[in-house]
Design a protein around this ligand. Structure first.
Ligand SMILES: Cc1cc2nc3c(=O)[nH]c(=O)nc-3n(C[C@H](O)[C@H](O)[C@H](O)COP(=O)(O)O)c2cc1C
Length: 383
C-alpha cells in the first residue's frame, strides 16, 4: 500500500493487525462522540493564509524544562504498544530518539522500563497511573528514577476505565475471547509471525517485574480493572510530588479548575487530554478545551495537548490554540504497526514536512511565532 500522507497508516494498520488489536487502538468509549469530536473540532480550526512572508530557514524546535527538542512532538504513552510491533516500545523509543523527541513509556507497556533503557540511548519519559497498589507505584517510580527518566507524566483521567464497547465485539474481551484472538492471529500471518511468534514475551513488563511472575493480556484487563482507584484526591498524591524531583506533567486535564489545581499541586506542566476519547464520552474535545486552559495557566505551566492529532497541520493547530507541545497517540501506533521503527521515523518525517509547508504558508519562521495570531475565521481571538 502506498503511504503518501500520515493518515495512510491507519488503513495500512487495519489491514495488518488482527481486528481485536486494531479496534482496541482505533476505538473510544461509549458512542465515541468525544473520539470523533477530537478529530472534527481540530479540523475546524482555520489558519490565516499569509503571502510573501515565508522564509527558507525555519525553526521547528521546542524547549521544555530547559532542554531543546527537534520537534514540538512527543510519542504519547500507549498501553500494549509492544503488541502492535515486535518489542514495539523499543522500536518506538528508538524512532523518537533518532528524531530527538521524547518517547513516553506507559505503565502498562509490554517491554519493561529496563528493556527499553538497555536498547535505546536516550532517556524516556515515564507515564504513571494512579493505582490502588501503592507498593507498585513506589517500586516503578524508583525504577524510572534509577534509569534516568527525563520526566514523569502522571495520568489522572482514569480513576475507572471507560466503557469500550468495541472490545467484546472484536475479541479483546467477551465470550471465547482467547479462541477468537487465536483465529484472528492465524488469519493475519504477517503479524502472527512478527509479533505473535517472535515478539514474545507478551508480558506487562513493569508489572511482571514487580510481581515477580509472568503476566499477559488477561492480567492487563483484570489487573487494571481491579487496580484503578476512584476514590483518589490531590492530597493523596502529594507523596509522589515529594518523591519525584524532576519535571512532572499531569495528564488528563480538560477543565480550567483542574488545571489550576495541577498548578497548586506543584506540577511543571499538564497534558490537556481526554485520553483520546476513551474515558468520558461527551467530554469536550481537546481542541475546544485547550484555549481557555491556556489562557488560565500558560504563564505558570508548560502545556501539552493531545487528541485527534493526525497531521503536521494538526500539530500547528494545537500550538495555535495555546499548546507548547503535542502528544501523538494513535497516529504513531498505526505507523509502528505498519512498518515498525521505520514506519514511525517516516511518519515523523511526513509530519515535519507538513509543518514546514504550514509554516511557510502562514508566514511563520519559528514555532515561537505560532500562537492565536495565526488563527482565522471563528477561532480568531479564541484566546
Ligand atoms: C490503545 C491506547 C492505549 C492507551 N494507553 C494509555 C496509557 O497506558 N497511559 C496513558 O496515559 N494514556 C494512554 N492512552 C491515551 C494516549 O496517551 C493519548 O492521550 C491519546 O491516544 C491521544 O489521542 P489520539 O490517539 O487521538 O492522538 C492510550 C490511548 C490508546 C489509543
Amino acid at each position: 500500500m502506498i503511504i503518501a500522507s500520515p493518515t495512510d497508516y491507519r488503513e495500512a494498520a487495519r489491514r495488518k493487525l488482527p481486528p481485536f488489536l486494531f479496534h482496541y487502538l482505533d476505538g473510544g468509549s461509549g458512542a465515541e462522540q468525544t473520539l470523533s469530536a477530537n478529530v472534527a473540532d481540530l479540523n475546524q480550526v482555520a489558519l490565516r493564509q499569509r503571502v510573501l512572508k515565508g522564509s527558507e530557514t525555519l525553526d521547528l524546535s521546542a524547549e521544555w524544562f530547559g532542554l531543546k527538542y527537534n520537534l514540538p512532538i512527543c510519542l504519547a504513552p500507549v498501553g500494549l504498544t509492544g503488541m502492535y510491533a515486535r518489542r514495539g516500545e523499543v522500536q518506538a523509543a528508538r524512532a523518537a530518539a533518532g528524531k530527538h523527541i521524547p518517547f513516553i513509556q506507559s505503565t502498562v507497556s509490554v517491554c519493561s522500563l529496563k528493556e527499553v533503557a538497555s536498547q535505546c540511548d536516550k532517556p524516556i519519559w515515564f507515564q504513571l497511573y494512579v493505582l490502588k497498589d501503592r507498593g507498585f507505584m513506589r517500586d516503578v517510580l524508583q525504577r524510572a528514577k534509577d534509569l534516568g527518566a527525563g520526566a514523569l507524566v502522571f495520568t489522572v483521567d482514569m480513576p475507572v476505565p471507560g466503557s469500550r464497547y468495541r472490545d467484546p465485539h472484536s475479541g479483546m474481551s467477551g465470550p471465547n475471547a482467547e479462541i477468537r484472538r487465536m483465529i484472528q492471529a492465524v488469519m493475519h500471518p504477517e503479524w502472527a509471525w512478527d509479533v505473535g511468534l517472535h515478539g514474545t514475551p507478551h508480558d506487562l513488563g513493569n508489572i511482571s517485574t514487580y510481581l515477580g511472575k509472568a503476566t499477559g493480556l488477561a492480567d492487563y484487563i483484570g489487573w487494571l480493572g481491579n487496580n484503578f482507584d476512584p476514590g483518589i484526591s490531590w492530597k493523596d498524591l502529594q507523596w509522589i510530588r515529594d518523591e519525584w524531583q524532576g519535571p512532572m506533567l499531569i495528564k488528563g486535564i480538560l477543565d480550567v479548575e483542574d488545571a489550576r489545581d495541577a498548578k497548586s499541586f506543584g506540577a511543571n506542566g499538564i497534558v490537556v487530554s481526554n485520553h483520546g476519547g476513551r474515558q468520558l464520552d461527551g467530554a469536550l474535545s481537546s481542541a475546544r478545551a485547550l484555549p481557555a486552559i491556556a489562557e488560565a495557566v500558560k504563564d505558570d505551566l508548560t502545556i501539552f495537548a493531545d487528541g485527534g492529532v493526525r497531521t503536521g497541520l494538526d500539530v500547528m493547530r494545537m500550538l495555535a490554540l495555546g499548546a507548547d507541545g503535542v502528544l501523538l497517540g494513535r497516529a504513531f501506533v498505526y505507523a509502528l504497526a505498519t512498518a515498525g521503527q521505520k514506519g514511525v521515523e517516516n511518519l515523523l518525517a511526513l509530519l515535519e514536512k507538513d509543518m514546514r509547508t504550514t509554516m511557510v504558508l502562514t508566514g511563520t519562521k519559528s514555532l515561537r511565532e505560532v500562537d492565536s495570531s495565526i488563527l482565522a475565521g471563528d477561532h480568531a481571538g479564541a484566546r
